[in-house]
Design a binder for this molecule. Sequence first.
Ligand code: NAD
Ligand code: UFG
Length: 338
Amino acid sequence: MAILITGGCGYIGSHTCIEMIKAGYDIVVIDNYYNSKPEALKRTRELAGKDFPFYECDIRDAEGLKKIFAAHNIEAVIHFAGLKAVGESVSKPLEYFDNNVGGTVTLCEVMRDCGCKRMIFSSSATVYGMKNPSPLNETMEIGGVTNPYGRTKWMVEQVLDDLCYSDPEWSAVKLRYFNPIGAHESGRIGEDPNGIPNNLMPYVSQVAVGKLQQLAVFGDDYDTHDGTGVRDFIHVVDLARGHVKAVAYALAHTGCEAINLGTGHGYSVLDLVKAFEKVNGVKVPYRIAPRREGDIAVCYSDPSKAAKLLGWEAELGLEDMCRDSWRWQSGNPKGYDA
Ligand code: NAD
Ligand code: UFG
């Protein structure tokens, strides 16, 4: 019996492969390398201390998927594969709907045909939209998402709800991630964005390493303790461990559950910058810039459902996240290209 991990060479997927193997699972990994590199796979295998089958395969390739299901006894799928850049999704909506929604439907069809009906899906806190107040909990109505990327997450959540309703043998766990940052403590794997990063932590660490000059802090006039945006930053290794727990849950239960993966604590942009400077003894020059369109002031989770259903809670703090992000960035200034 094995767990199939789609998008397993990506940022969150690579860390999850390691935690799954540590927990004793056999894994099979697929990725089309759209946003990752073979070097990430190589290092993940080294850190896991165990080899595992890998296929360069697109989740939209039903025939390719069927061969993989025929070759392995897959009992559940952790589904990371997808496109994730909010800005790009506005200019390329069809690519996002095709990959994220169409790809997931194809994957679910193959799973159904092959008798594998358990999925852990990478959703996002973005499905809570702009209006729900933090702490965000899973009973809140979702929607009101302002960009195509977020809409694909919302749509896939609906697909999984309907699928589980149509067939009581299905089990789907929709994990709503807050803001994953940090890296494996070895500093060997981490987030390796293409071009100029959109997200805060990769930008901060690239400024610290001298690749970028200055951080632009998007807005200091929000209704928060220092005026800058507040987010629920979560260490990627904690997030990966949440997937291990979610697999165990999906193997033991049917039905569809949405579960937040966050710490329950909000830190501001400047809290993060200051923690990064202090923990790592580096400077992060910044300037205050106008607000970024589509941003909300505050977004953090109520993590109590994950504690109750999965027996999971985040263990690592903001300092761990800053330290591990820096170890990865400073040791690999060019990411996996070095
Ligand atoms: P990532 O881009 O590093 O990893 C995704 C992986 O999927 C990449 O290796 C990419 O090559 C692969 N992939 C993309 N399309 C594919 C396809 N059609 N077939 C096969 N492989 C494909 O992203 P990540 O940060 O690891 O995110 C993983 C998942 O979590 C994504 O679905 C993302 O939307 C979701 N998520 C991420 C965040 C975040 O902040 N990183 C937040 C919320 C949700
Ligand atoms: N920020 C800056 N400067 C930057 C980048 C970000 O000030 O250069 C600020 C943002 O304005 C925001 C905070 O840092 O206040 C966090 O921004 P990120 O882009 O790192 O993360 P977001 O909260 O905007 O979005 C993340 C993921 C999305 C996901 C969302 C769910 O990137 O994929 O969380 O809440 F949908």
